[in-house]
Ligand binder design. Structure first.
Ligand code: GCB
Length: 589
């Protein structure tokens, strides 16, 4: 799906701003709220999560539908174009109404969707209503547990327990735009670069028109003309983290013009190495979240730019979009700044035997017979790859975070999904499944068919807590088994870390102190350095983040190397020292 952009043939209008907002009272649909102006509505920023701006527990902890509404004007001239309404993301389920009519429903809170306005919008004023449902259960991704329990004197109480360790922020989280294109238009562009400068592409157009394709360098000079499927750039400049060089593929079709940026780089897995442009790459960085005070998970350019600058400051070169695809604007920023991304679908919580709030090591109890997510899982894989396929920053697709990959049925569930991801991606990026401590070399049922082993490990925290000596031997022992069984698969540690309260210090490093976090990371790094196929380290987490309330969390998850406000903890400085001395390439020959 193309990102909306202005060109000689295209117009984009933002609908961001302060909308009207109201919680459903249980009969919003029956009372036909989308047909008229919401009464007693309160102001709500878009994009933003609705949870933290209202200072009202009823809003913060609401379960179910809410309504957003605004009006906007359309000119006669706009109606003559193909007119689309596009949402960057609405979490988790959305129903879109225009002037009281249902235009579409979309499931999945982290990917864009759009709907055609022609035939529904009118010249003049239009009333747009967006109903949003935040419920998660065994049919949604991420997964939650929606239960109704009976309490004395109160009666039935419904709770929605997220099976994931981040606050279930909801609302219209990313930009809302109207865009206009000619009726004969460019629908989609997929680009496959190779290191010799030969660029293959597939361009899908709708209607009649003559197509013209050319590539421009970063200074706008035309460097190659193309035919219907390829062009050749002489002496290409490659995209690398230290030199994120971007070209533009300009496509004209009839009257329509679209400019798609791309980078020339390849990714490949070979002999236990992760190769970027044919050279062994070492991942240094974090698992992150889209999470910030006030905005919740709402899109925020300032936080994104600040986070990327902090990644650069600390010497990182990568992150994983744990545990859902991040905004398109963030992906474009990573293309531009050379941050390498492992792109993850929102498949977190696919385990009935352990909760993601830290209780590791649950007992297998038939996850794959109970989950009803397979079809939706395919949808989000297709949509994520469709959205992100042209980003040079994306080097790998993650199909899930910590599923029950050790249980019977995991291979049957995941193998088709891994194949689907390979089939959807013209660039044939590697595919992984991020696995938790309960999935070992002996028990994992998915490791044979993924390209890279991505491991989340908490020795020294959830197990062997405060015993780094024991944690170290456990980690070494496990790595010996993985490398023995899979000598040719690269291993990336996609999570390891310790909750750390900023400002808590101790001479003897005790749990939760800044010193313990630092010591624990040092121990892991010593071990990683001994294993040649460990080709990456992504600390959990970049910054402290909000979670559901629970006795294992002190106002959120505190495993950040930065606080939620992005102030460094002690370990930030030792990580900086380590990472500034690890080159992007050839750290392990
Ligand atoms: C994990 C999960 C992550 C949690 C983390 C923790 O394994 O993947 O979502 O936040 O552990 O801190 O417990």
């Amino acid at each position: 799906m193309l990102y909306p952009q202005m060109s000689e043939s295209r117009t984009v209008v933002s609908l961001d701003g302060i909308w009207n907002f109201k919680l459903d009272n249980g009969s919003g649909f029956d009372e036909k709220w989308p047909e008229k102006k919401l009464t007693d509505a309160r102001p709500m920023p878009v994009p933003c999560s609705y949870n933290d701006v209202a200072q009202d527990p009823q809003i913060r902890d609401h379960i179910g539908w809410v309504f957003y509404q605004r009006d906007f004007y359309i000119t006669n001239q706009m109606l003559m174009s193909r007119l689309m309404l596009r949402f960057g993301s609405v979490t988790h389920t959305a129903r879109i109404y225009l002037n009281g009519k249902l235009l579409c429903e979309h499931k999945g809170g982290f990917l864009p969707f759009e709907v055609r306005l022609n035939g529904f919008a009118r010249a003049g004023s239009n009333l747009l209503t967006v109903a949003v449902d935040n419920r998660v259960d065994y049919t949604t991704l991420p997964v939650g547990r929606l239960v109704t329990e009976t309490y004395p004197k109160i009666g039935e109480v419904t709770s929605d327990y997220p099976n994931f360790d981040f606050y279930n922020y909801a609302g219209i989280m990313r930009p809302v735009q109207i865009y206009a294109t000619p009726h004969d238009y460019i629908e989609d562009i997929s680009i496959q670069p190779s290191l010799d400068g030969e660029i293959h592409y597939q361009i899908r157009c709708s209607g009649e028109g003559k197509m013209l394709v050319f590539a421009q360098d970063a200074d706008g000079r035309i460097v190659a003309w193309g035919d219907d499927e390829k062009l050749k750039i002489d002496s290409p400049i490659l995209w690398e983290p230290s030199n994120p060089y971007l070209y533009t593929l300009t496509v004209t079709f009839g009257d329509d013009i679209y400019r798609q940026t791309f980078g020339i780089r390849t990714v490949e897995v070979q002999n236990g190495k992760f190769l970027l442009n044919g050279k062994p790459f070492y991942f240094k960085g974090f698992g992150k979240h889209e999470d910030s005070p006030v905005h919740g998970r709402g899109f925020d350019n300032a936080f994104n730019v600040n986070d990327v600058n902090l990644l650069k400051w600390i010497g990182a070169n990568s992150f994983r979009t744990s545990h859902y695809p991040y905004s398109e604007e963030m992906m474009m920023l990573c293309d531009r700044t050379g941050i390498v991304v492992i792109d993850e679908v929102p498949a977190v919580g696919l385990h009935t035997g352990f909760t993601a709030t830290g209780l590791l090591g649950g007992t297998p109890n038939g996850t794959w017979a109970q989950m009803q997510t397979a079809e939706h899982h395919q949808e989000v894989i297709r949509q994520m790859i469709d959205r992100d396929k042209n980003h040079p920053c994306v080097v790998m697709w993650s199909m899930a975070n910590e599923p029950a990959s050790e249980e019977e049925g995991a291979a049957e569930y995941f193998q088709p999904l891994v194949e689907l991801a390979h089939d959807c991606d013209l660039q044939h990026r590697p595919v992984t499944i991020v696995q938790y401590g309960g999935a070992t070399p002996q028990t994992s049922k998915v490791s044979d068919f993924i390209d890279v082993l991505c491991l989340n490990r908490y020795y020294g925290w959830y197990t062997q807590e405060a015993r780094l000596d024991l944690a170290q031997v456990m980690l070494e022992d496990e790595l010996e088994h993985w490398t023995e069984k899979y000598p040719d698969k690269p291993i990336i540690f996609t999570e390891y870390g310790a909750d750390t309260i900023s400002g808590m210090h101790d001479v003897i490093p005790t749990l939760f102190s800044e010193e313990y976090q630092e010591k624990m990371l040092e121990m892991y790094h010593q071990v990683f350095d001994h294993f040649p196929t460990v080709c990456g380290e992504q600390v959990w987490n970049f910054a402290d983040f909000a979670t559901a309330e629970n006795i294992r969390r002190v106002q959120g998850n505190k495993k950040g190397i930065f606080t939620r406000e992005r102030k460094p903890k002690k370990a930030a400085f030792s990580l900086k020292e380590r990472w500034e001395n690890i080159p992007d390439f050839d750290y392990k020959k």
